[in-house]
Each structure stands twice: as C-alpha cells, then as structure tokens.
Write a protein that binds this ligand. Structure first.
Ligand SMILES: [Cu+2]
Length: 66
C-alpha cells in the first residue's frame, strides 16, 4: 500500500475528482482518498512512478506534497 499527501481538496467533489484521476492510471488498485487527512492510499500493482501519479493529480487541479 502506498500513501501520498494531497493538497487542495476541500469537499467530497474534490475527493471524487482525485479518485477519478487516480482511476485513470492503470495499475493502481484499491484507491482510497481521504478528505480529512488529505491523503490517498492505493495498491501500486505496476510500480507506477510517483512522478506519473503527481502529474495526473496536478492535471486534475490538486497538488501532491511530500
Ligand atoms: Cu471540492
């Protein structure tokens, strides 16, 4: 299970947008986005690079923070 911190989510709509963005990356399974914690967890079954994940989330309008 991998965990990333995401900045900019303010409501359930944001959660849906981030979830949807992550869903477009083949190889990410069991995606869970937590609004209160500002984080997302997932199984990275194909070793997708953090750079790819970061870009996808930024394209959706949010920011991945370390
Ligand atoms: Cu929102």
């Amino acid at each position: 299970m991998e965990k990333i911190k995401i900045q900019g989510m303010t409501c359930q709509h944001c959660v849906m947008s981030v979830t949807k963005a992550l869903t477009t990356i083949a190889g990410l399974k069991d995606i869970r986005v937590n609004l209160v914690k500002g984080e997302a967890t997932f199984e990275n079954t194909q070793n997708i690079s953090l750079e790819n994940i970061r870009k996808t989330i930024e394209d959706a309008g949010y920011k991945v923070v370390e």
